[in-house]
Design a protein around this ligand. Structure first.
Ligand code: GRG
Length: 314
């Protein structure tokens, strides 16, 4: 695994080099700040699952790095949308260089991702392009219903399917395609990645409510304050209780500082968090179940363990 991570880091660093030193500095800023590299690691492990080869081919690293560049490019744009000051515990690209340069350097990362995907053939190039579109659709769906207490669970699911799950699904799919897995296996890996991504985002949204500011690196309840009503909040709002009515009366627009603490306390005290944990568990179960059609392998076991790991501490 350390060798795999080194290969990924080396290729990522090379992919963000531009002839223009200013562009190199901006495009490499978040890449150098860190990140878990989940998408390239999942692509790599997916390539070895089932009857895949035991070692990870260079082309698989190329595909995984393309996915990571889409992820980082989307973070540039996301931080502009949110007017975020920090990311990965360093200054965000927009905070340091301004919105225009954050958008353009984000576009540059998408361009580099596209070049890498194109080197793997038209199927991978088309898949990555379609995935970038899905991320944008998911994000727009979220913006459309900001501050809407009427947002439904299916609206939430459609949004996270686009903004988060689509790229995890594509990372795993690319691993399968590049490794030459049979179609049935490629589809199973895609389904695994989609369910993993849905679980990942639900867990992230639960942590935004239950974790401390220190753990999060931002105030708890940040999404709710920004008008993004996630699964624990929607489940709380959906109840016929006095607490749900109070929460409904507080939400619907920007929160006053005192109201933010009260809204958070209402969500933490109700059943919404438990309902969201149950949903995260079922997505994890779906991810593991998707792997059942693959022949047993160490890679498949690692994928199953990675999905289960999402629930640790909940
Ligand atoms: C231009 C591709 C593109 C998209 C524009 C802004 C936008 C539309 C989409 C935003 C999508 C977004 C930020 C979704 C959340 C994704 C997510 C789960 C982020 C956290 O992922 P981690 O924890 O990140 O894997 P690190 O980098 O910390 O490893």
């Amino acid at each position: 695994m350390p060798a795999l991570r080194e290969r990924v880091e080396k290729r990522l660093a090379a992919a963000v080099e531009s002839d223009d030193p200013a562009m190199t500095e901006m495009a490499s800023h978040l890449v150098r700040a860190g990140g878990k590299r989940l998408r390239p690691v999942l692509a790599a492990v997916a390539s070895t699952a089932g009857a895949g080869p035991a070692t990870v081919a260079d082309d698989v690293i190329t595909g995984g790095v393309a996915c990571e560049l889409v992820h980082v490019g989307s973070l540039h744009h996301d931080d502009v949308i949110d007017e975020a000051a920090t990311r990965h515990r360093v200054e965000s690209v927009n905070a340091r260089w301004g919105n225009l340069r954050a958008i353009l350097s984000g576009d540059f990362l998408l361009a580099r991702a596209s070049e890498l995907a194109a080197s793997l053939g038209t199927e991978v190039a088309g898949l990555l392009a379609a995935t970038i579109g899905r991320l944008c659709e998911g994000q727009v769906r979220e913006l459309q219903l900001a501050y809407q207490v009427e947002r439904r669970v299916i609206d939430y699911e459609a949004s996270i399917e686009g903004k988060t799950a689509a790229l995890f699904a594509t990372s795993c799919r690319i691993g399968g395609i590049v490794a030459g897995a049979p179609r049935r296996g490629v589809d199973a890996l895609t389904e695994y990645g989609r369910s993993y991504g849905l679980a990942f985002q639900v867990v992230d949204d639960i942590l935004d409510v239950v974790a401390t500011e220190e753990e999060l690196g931002k105030p708890a309840g940040h999404d709710m304050a920004e008008g993004v009503y996630t699964l624990p909040v929607l489940h709380t709002l959906g109840q016929e209780t006095r607490e749900a009515a109070e929460l409904r009366s507080l939400l619907g627009g920007p929160l006053e500082p005192g109201d933010q603490a009260r809204a958070l306390a209402l969500v933490r005290a109700g059943d919404g968090v438990d309902a969201a944990v149950t949903r995260a568990r079922s997505y994890v179960d779906e991810a593991v179940a998707a792997l059942a059609v693959l022949p047993p392998s160490a890679g498949g076991d690692t994928l199953a363990a990675a999905a289960q790991h999402l629930l640790v501490g909940l």
